[in-house]
Design a protein around this ligand. Structure first.
Ligand code: SF4
Ligand code: SF4
Length: 174
């Protein structure tokens, strides 16, 4: 399920995409699907598709399927490192901040979503997933009390980061 992280791995950042293009003729979708299918314990790769082109491309990927070789495995690792290094907020999802937030804001979910957005540059994905959060969990409900930051082992300036995320959402929605 979700071998391409709900489409997020199809929209690679410029740096990750450049790395893939320089070293492979596969598209991000085909490369990702082949990576998933090349795991020893995987027998089925189940990918969501939203248009006919994607259906055709994915079928072709598996008609022509061949397992990733060592060089490609190495390339996948290098691309993964690029993706991981581009996450912006060093949140470990411990949720200590949520224990003290009087507004019930889903801070780790917002940070994870924002990091993913920074990696993929996929504005539409960011907007859609942001809107699936309950109203009370969204960044604009923060009252800047600062209690969360005092409880954060990473010393993150959470209120400021939430403002940044809210601004980004407003840009994506506008
Ligand atoms: S600053 Fe915002 S996110 Fe942090 S505890 Fe207060 S209301 Fe919650
Ligand atoms: S306390 Fe800090 S590291 Fe932990 S989930 Fe909250 S923001 Fe992330």
């Amino acid at each position: 399920m979700e071998p391409l992280r709900g489409g997020a791995l199809v929209n690679l950042s410029d740096k990750a995409l450049k790395k893939l293009k320089e070293n492979s003729n596969y598209s991000p979708a085909a490369f990702g699907l082949r990576w998933a299918a090349s795991r020893d314990n995987v027998v089925t790769v189940l990918s969501g598709m939203s248009n006919l082109e994607q259906v055709k491309e994915n079928i072709q990927t598996f008609i022509d399927y061949n397992e990733m070789d060592e060089k490609e495995e190495k390339l996948a690792d290098e691309i993964a490192k690029i993706i991981q290094s581009q996450g912006e907020i060093n949140c470990t999802a411990c949720k200590y901040c949520m224990e003290v937030c009087p507004r019930g804001i889903n801070i780790p979910a917002l940070f994870a979503l924002y990091n993913q957005y920074k990696v993929t540059n996929n504005k539409m994905f960011f907007k859609i997933y942001y809107e699936t959060l309950a109203e009370s969990e969204k960044a604009d409900k923060c009252i800047k009390c600062g209690l969360c930051s005092k409880n954060c082992p990473q010393s993150l300036d959470i209120p400021t980061l939430l403002t940044k995320i809210n601004d980004e959402y407003n840009k994506s929605a506008g």
